[in-house]
Design a binder for this molecule. Structure first.
Ligand code: NAP
Length: 349
């Protein structure tokens, strides 16, 4: 892109304006814009094509210690994404290359030097997967599901695995990989449509609609896990975690991946009441953070891209259009309106 064409571009951004209490509202965001500058020597200018909307964003809006620093007030909201190089003064990147990086909720981003590594800038190959698959099964949620399952869940053929958030980004990878490893797979999801999809399309053995009644999870586990639960991959926490804990087997593994039911709590979050089931069953509960596996992502990508190609795995994305719709789109994660990996399309590829 010529210097004149670059300087005519306006970069629209969404910044964190205030820390939320409970669900984020419009008051938590500010909308800003600035000009796009010519890249310095060694730098690249990227155009955002699509952003990954993640439950973790809610945690990044809070003050306090976590596995990653909070987004500062006034900072462009953090977001992983995929995009295209539109100007380059770096030998490793050519105009037209597709990349994945931490883009932030904005239309353009310049990166140079150490920021390239800090922002996780890597090229992606669209022959391996589509742009949205690179945000889903081949992206951060897929890596979470894969390594959480393999490293902590340690699935063995014939075991029973239960996964909550089953129709979501992480859940769809976990359930399908566990089927490939020979497990009996039971999902937990909100609503009949999501349950039908994981069973009929993804090949799960059963799925429990936790919204169908107050004892749906307890009764569903009794019906669909007659041999008990060997692995529970927990994406939601809260009452569902407690109910599954009551059904685990000896030496069960509980993968603590997330607790979305608690992310917008305005009082102390609810921890598991049934934790003594771990003692009785000599079981283990372990948390995972996906970034710890970054040096092995390529292995999971190679394996799962093969399954996507040969049809053993499917991926479903739920795409919302338009950067300005970020605040409302994010809320879909917390009311279960997203069906599949939630993606915000910012520009067409
Ligand atoms: N540890 C890590 O490194 C790591 C990395 C990525 C993600 N995660 C965690 O993994 C989990 C899933 O993330 P994702 O990106 O795959 O999101 P997702 O499952 O695609 O979307 C979130 C889903 O959570 C469910 N949900 C929302 N509120 C709920 C509630 N109160 N009770 C039960 N379910 C609720 C909804 O599905 P239903 O319609 O089924 O209710 C919603 O669609 C999150 O907890 C996230 O924080 C952890």
């Amino acid at each position: 892109m010529t210097q004149a064409a670059l300087s005519s571009l306006i970069n629209h951004q969404i910044r964190l304006a205030a820390r939320p209490a409970g669900l984020p509202t419009d008051a938590n965001w500010s909308h800003t814009s600035d000009a796009v500058a010519e890249p310095a020597d060694g730098a690249v200018v990227l155009q955002t094509l699509a952003l990954s909307l993640d439950p973790a964003m809610r945690g990044w809006m809070n003050e306090g210690k976590s596995y990653i620093p909070p987004v500062a007030i006034g900072e462009v909201m953090r977001a992983g994404g995929v995009g295209r190089v539109i100007a380059s003064k770096n030998d490793k990147y050519a105009v037209g290359d597709y990349v994945s990086a931490s883009f932030g909720v904005q239309e353009y981003l310049s990166l140079e030097g150490a920021d390239m590594r800090r922002n996780g800038l890597v090229k992606i190959d669209l022959r391996v997967g589509t742009l949205t698959q690179w945000l889903n099964v081949l992206g951060m949620p897929g890596m979470t599901g894969y390594f959480g399952l393999m490293d902590v869940g340690q699935p063995q053929a014939g075991e029973t695995l239960v996964v909550s958030g089953a129709a979501g980004a992480v859940g769809q990878t976990v359930g399908q990989m566990a089927k490939i490893r020979g497990c009996r797979v039971v999902g937990i999801a909100g609503g009949q449509a999501k349950c039908d999809w994981v069973v009929k399309e993804l090949g799960f053995d059963a799925c429990i609609d936790y919204k169908s009644g107050p004892s749906a999870v307890r009764e569903g586990l009794k019906a669909h896990c007659p041999q008990g639960v060997d692995i529970y991959f927990d994406n939601v926490g809260g009452d569902i975690l407690d109910t599954v804990l009551a059904r685990i087997n000896r030496k069960a593994r509980i993968v603590i991946c997330g607790a979305i039911s608690q992310y917008n709590a305005t009082t102390a979050i609810a921890g598991p009441k049934n934790y003594l089931s771990l003692l009785v069953n000599r079981a283990r509960m372990e948390g995972i953070v996906v970034f710890d596996y970054a040096d092995r992502y390529h292995l999971a990508v190679a394996e799962m891209a093969g399954y996507l190609k040969d049809g053993r795995m499917k991926s479903k994305e739920d795409v919302v259009q338009g950067l300005q719709n970020f605040p409302s789109a994010l809320l879909k994660l917390f009311n279960g309106e997203n069906f599949g990996k939630l993606v915000l399309e910012v520009a067409s590829a």
